[in-house]
Design a protein around this ligand. Structure first.
Ligand SMILES: Cc1cc2nc3c(=O)[nH]c(=O)nc-3n(C[C@H](O)[C@H](O)[C@H](O)COP(=O)(O)O)c2cc1C
Length: 285
């Protein structure tokens, strides 16, 4: 098959994935370089079922090094990765989050960290003042950590691994922080299950680009209609198998994404996380 033909096929696959994702056409020039990478990004899906096959430590190290090559705000390098090798620790984390059995099943488990510790420490070592102990320190470290996480996902997908981020570790931030001996001003962003996928997984439709892609000014018009449209489009492809908290909210005749998210956030979630982050030494004002 010549390159142009292969490019045409890959371009068509990207267009299909994005049509399924956004319910709208996005055209792809078959002559573009990097279409294989774009296809992996466009067809992204979370993986929660893994083959019982180890992820080689050398491969994990390579992927971590690629992930830590992500851009970093002001070159401050405020993110770390912690690989949980000790099976007992992974089991203990899984036991805290019993409704996510994929944590125990994952052949590898990582924790992505926001690190606001190095920078004030460097100020001490170099005998400089540090008048930047405020929300921005936490925010920059969280952004750097999220970029490292996202870059890990791309690196893992490139070699055929599947991943599932786990923000639920923050439901047990103190316990997990103690278990992993996280020092002052180092806080978990998310865990990550990594393994060879046992199934292809499903592509999850996203909100329409008219809601999330803006030009020149932020458009807020007709959010209610855009959400309704998305709910219907998504339900046609990926209907929810279960309704959340029917004992509190009853059984909805139509149960869409927005109903699910509204129900999810009708409960206080992780309301103590700010206290945890402050107790870890971050000042958030
Ligand atoms: C920061 C972050 C935290 C997440 N935390 C969890 C989690 O605790 N448990 C889980 O099963 N999935 C978790 N996920 C996976 C999301 O549920 C998933 O990405 C989302 O449903 C969209 O599906 P997709 O990634 O296949 O498009 C998380 C994803 C991200 C980006």
């Amino acid at each position: 098959m010549n390159d142009h033909h292969a490019g045409g096929q890959t371009a068509a696959l990207i267009e299909d994935a994005l049509a399924e994702r956004f319910g709208a056409a996005v055209s792809v020039d078959p002559g573009l370089p990097g279409l294989d990478e774009l296809l992996r990004i466009a067809a992204h899906r979370v993986h929660r079922r893994f083959q019982p096959r180890a992820v080689e430590p050398a491969l994990l190290r390579l992927l971590c090094a690629c992930a830590l090559s992500a851009p970093s705000k002001s070159d401050l390098q405020q993110a770390d990765i912690l690989v949980v090798r000790d099976q007992a620790k992974q089991r203990a984390i899984a036991a805290l989050i019993a409704d996510m059995p994929w944590i125990a099943d994952a052949p590898a488990f990582l924790v992505f960290l926001a690190n606001g510790r190095r920078l004030p420490r460097i100020a001490e070592l170099r005998e400089k003042p540090f008048p930047n102990d405020h929300l921005d320190l936490f925010f920059n470290a969280a952004v750097d950590g999220a970029l490292v996480l996202a870059t890990f996902l791309r690196a893992a997908a490139a070699v055929g691994l599947g991943c599932c981020p786990i923000s639920a570790i923050r439901d047990h931030a103190r316990t997990i922080s103690d278990m992993l001996e996280l020092p002052e001003r180092v806080v978990p962003i998310a865990g990550l299950c990594v393994g060879w996928p046992a199934e292809r997984g499903h592509l999850t439709p996203r909100l329409g680009l008219e809601s999330t892609l803006h030009e020149d000014r932020y458009r807020t018009d007709d959010l209610a209609r855009a959400i309704d449209d998305y709910d219907r489009r998504r339900a046609a492809r990926r209907p929810y198998a279960r309704q959340r908290a029917p004992e509190r909210w009853g059984k909805a005749a139509f149960y869409g994404w927005s109903e699910d998210k509204a129900r999810q956030y009708a409960e206080p979630l992780r309301a103590d996380f700010g206290a945890f982050v402050r107790a870890k030494g971050f000042r958030l004002d």
